[in-house]
Design a protein around this ligand. Structure first.
Ligand SMILES: *[C@@H]1O[C@H](CO)[C@@H](O)[C@H](O)[C@H]1NC(C)=O
Ligand SMILES: *[C@@H]1O[C@H](CO)[C@@H](O)[C@H](O)[C@H]1NC(C)=O
Ligand SMILES: [Zn+2]
Length: 400
């Protein structure tokens, strides 16, 4: 072993031993270190963080989520829930580490940097650094391509394991998939991205097409998705160039199905079934680069990770109330001209969130027993103010 190698090993052990007190190391964090770090953060920043588990992997590893927000323990009316998911493919762990550095940035700069403080104040940010910890432990550092470690412990590709709109996906749902599905039922997620490797591009729904052929497959919110994907891409140091990893993606964005179709992706599931705007972000040509590269990837993704979730504050949000100001849950909130596959329904607090490009929209709000309502709403870009345009609807009882 040469001197340089000795030194870097020394730095590595010193870094891990002092992690927390002096920031986060640019090293891969295995399950025990991940657990240690998340616990340390939640103990050190209890007023803005909350640590919880959404379940266990097949081999029993905890799927830990750290929330960062002004009210980290619970949802508050008007504060949108956003989410990042890393390492769904076990051998694509750059996202796992990016998310730890993202956590580090949010907690350490809260109260110091204005943009971070405003973001944390007005957004509840959930971070699942690893959706596939079993696959990660089976993966080999330095292997840039291939599928060793991609799957979970049962040999299943988790990004093919969700319900699908275009094809019947009659597969056994894995514990990791079910955990994410239960999680999406628990919270009203508005915006989310899952991070991958093997390319550098921001992909958006749909991922599948009824023909099974690779064709651009537009969702009703195609304009919004193209914009959200471009927000990631242009705030990334290189992604917008669109010519990385010997691939061509104009603007650094791509419609999932126009690249290749896949059945049972999280992206399509999240968007169609849970009304969460979900994107798939590929962050490195090499799937499992050596740890020396992590600082480089963090530098090029840092601004994009911040800007992307800030854009949850674009569009309209509010509540559906009766004439006594009581919230009405399970009410359809529809935007004319963009027909949801599953009609958008308000949550238990009567809330709805729609990310929309600036412009004028006609909303139709309807609930059994109430007079349907049609309202025009003008949307401005308010993302820099950390709040969508607020509009509450009041429904009146139908007189029978
Ligand atoms: C699926 O692809 C076909 C072309 O093969 C296209 O005509 C169709 O519009 C696509 N489906 C959707 C929902 O865009
Ligand atoms: C919501 O409303 C639909 C009809 O619009 C109804 O079928 C469904 O059972 C309701 N769900 C809940 C949770 O109330
Ligand atoms: Zn992947």
């Amino acid at each position: 072993m040469d001197l340089v190698r000795w030194c870097s090993l020394l730095v590595f052990w010193f870094c891990l031993a002092h992690e927390g007190a002096s920031g986060l190391c640019f090293q891969y964090h295995h399950q025990a270190e991940l657990k240690h770090y998340l616990h340390w953060v939640s103990k050190t920043y209890p007023h803005i963080t909350h640590l919880y588990s959404i379940g266990q992997s097949r081999e029993g590893r905890e799927l830990r989520v750290l929330v960062i927000g002004q009210y980290p323990k619970e949802h508050r009316v008007g504060i949108p829930e956003v989410r990042y998911i890393g390492n769904m493919h076990g051998n694509e762990p750059v996202g796992r580490e990016l998310l730890l550095h993202f956590i580090d940035l949010l907690v350490s700069q809260y109260g110091k940097m204005k943009t971070i403080t405003s973001l944390v104040h007005n957004t509840r940010i959930h971070i699942l650094p690893s959706m596939n910890p079993d696959g990660f432990e089976m993966s080999v550092p330095g292997v840039c391509s291939g599928v060793d470690g991609r799957y979970n412990n049962n040999g299943v590709d988790l990004n093919r394991n969700f319900p699908d709109l275009f094809s019947i996906n009659q597969v056994t749902r894995e514990p990791e998939t079910l955990a994410v599905m239960r999680w999406t039922d628990m919270e009203t997620f508005v915006l989310s991205a899952n991070l991958h490797g093997g390319a550098v591009v921001a992909a958006y729904p749909y991922d599948n097409n009824e023909s099974g052929k690779s064709r651009y497959t537009k969702s009703p919110d195609d304009d919004v998705f193209r914009y959200l994907a471009s927000i990631y891409s242009i705030n990334h140091r290189r992604m917008f160039k669109g010519n990385l990893c010997q691939m061509s993606f104009p603007g650094g964005v791509v419609n999932g199905a126009s690249w290749y179709t896949l059945i049972g992706s999280l992206q399509d599931y999240g968007y169609i079934w849970t009304h969460c705007y979900e994107l798939t972000i590929e962050v490195s040509c090499c799937k499992y680069p050596s740890a020396e590269w992590l600082q480089f990837y963090w530098a090029e993704n840092k601004k994009a990770l911040i800007q992307f979730i800030t854009h949850v504050h674009l569009g309209v949000k509010g509540r559906v109330l009766d004439d006594k100001q009581n919230p009405i849950a399970n009410t359809s909130v529809l935007v004319m001209g963009r027909d949801d596959v599953m009609p958008y329904k308000t949550n238990q607090l009567g809330e709805y969130y729609k990310i929309l490009m600036p412009g004028s929209y006609t909303f139709r709000v309807e609930s059994p027993g109430y007079v349907p309502l049609m309202v025009n709403i003008h949307v401005k870009d308010t993302s820099h103010m950390y709040t969508a345009t607020i509009h509450d609807f009041t429904l009146h009882r139908q007189i029978s």
